[in-house]
Write a protein that binds this ligand. Sequence first.
Ligand code: SAM
Length: 471
Amino acid sequence: MGLKALGTALPPAFKDRMREQLGDEYGAFIESYGQSSLRALRLNPLKMEKKELIDLFSQNKGLAPFFHLENIPWEETGFYYGSEDEPGRSPYHDAGVYYIQEPSAMLPVNLLMSGSSQGEEGLRILDLCAAPGGKSTQIAARMNGKGLLICNEVIPARCRILSENIERMAVRNAIVLNEEPDRLSERFEEYFDRILVDAPCSGEGMFRKNEAAVSEWSEEIVKLCAERQQEILKAADRMLKYGGTLVYSTCTFSKAENEETTEIFLKEHPEYRLKEQIRLMPHRIKGEGHFAAKLIKGEGDPSELSLRGKKGRASLSPEDVRDFFQFADENLVSVEDSVGITKKDPMGKALIRFGDNLYLAPGECPELTGLKVLRPGLQLGTSRKGHFIPSHALALSLKPGDFRRSVMLPVYTEGSGEGDLRIKEYLKGMTFPFEGENGWYLICADGFSAGFGKLSGNVMKNHYPKGLRRQ
Ligand code: SAM
């Protein structure tokens, strides 16, 4: 369906309600359906220092011929990209240099994180409805590896995608869970400093991008979503500390799922106050539209909220971690600087073993027994018959200088734009010839880690995960 036609094919009940809701602005709103949707990406400061990264992509700088970016006013690392750009096809995407995200969807995390200095030590943050991970990875970028981020998604298949995106975006301090909000709230009573509820909604803000959203819409769905949102918010409330921040957001326009949802919640939870409520509408901004409300629970001083009562974890034996430390000695420049583990006190930072897999848990890891855990932290790798096979997640979370041996494969070269074909072949799972000392190598797309390779007899064996390989 053409975009003009979409404006007329919108459900009549939706149009009537929007006419009433928007008054004089209704004409401009309907006209916005005649414009194509804008595309955007968010740069990932976990891969390179933020200023340097923004600089690299800015106008007249190194990557300017290949990316045509324009700032998004409400997110410092967010940029609209040009219609000629194809960032999803670039190896930079696989290396987690950016996340492709609808521009207005970048708003709620700004509300959630405002009022905290970047990377504040020790915050516990929950993203309750997290898949596919746009907002989780944005929160993680702001946390900068500090504190604890729990990303939860109720639908298992979506949860797996969430976990992959957490990994791709080099996030180290996140646990990925696959739970119902109610069940989670039984375990994490008044536990979090900040919670994001990016609720399932009737998706009216998706009409321009996704025609199926139009045919799936009905007044009944709006009503059902509004009821479900109240239930999810109740569970979120049980998990939020006094003084904590709750951000509620949707990508829909109905008052019933936005202002009225927060009104009902505030009536039933008088200990909350509404700090800020923002609506981005497609006829006023460059984006599909979003709603976000920031609610503060009680009068506590948010600056006093931090990790308290660190729980000790059952220690692993030296055998459990021996293979990893051998690998680390041979390959990491410094296990302390690269991964944050003190070798003299390896258990001081929580190392967790599931079968043969070794994980590095966030600074403080809650008790997870009995919960459906997809990812208890950063997967370091797997022990096999006395050998340690490093994980793809570890590769993505390392900077080139962290690893003793790395191969820099150019992606963008001035003039041609073609770069080194080996990076494309590597992402397809192919080997390539290489001369050097045998052993593990960090394969980098320009200066960004993209995976591991293992050199043996001048052939770089490919360790890019099979499930992620490009066709
Ligand atoms: N925050 C995500 C992001 O930025 O990428 C988008 C989240 S999407 C708007 C809402 C999510 O809520 C979906 O992944 C959906 O599967 C999940 N969901 C559906 N029903 C739910 C429920 N009853 N409780 C919690 N989450 C639910």
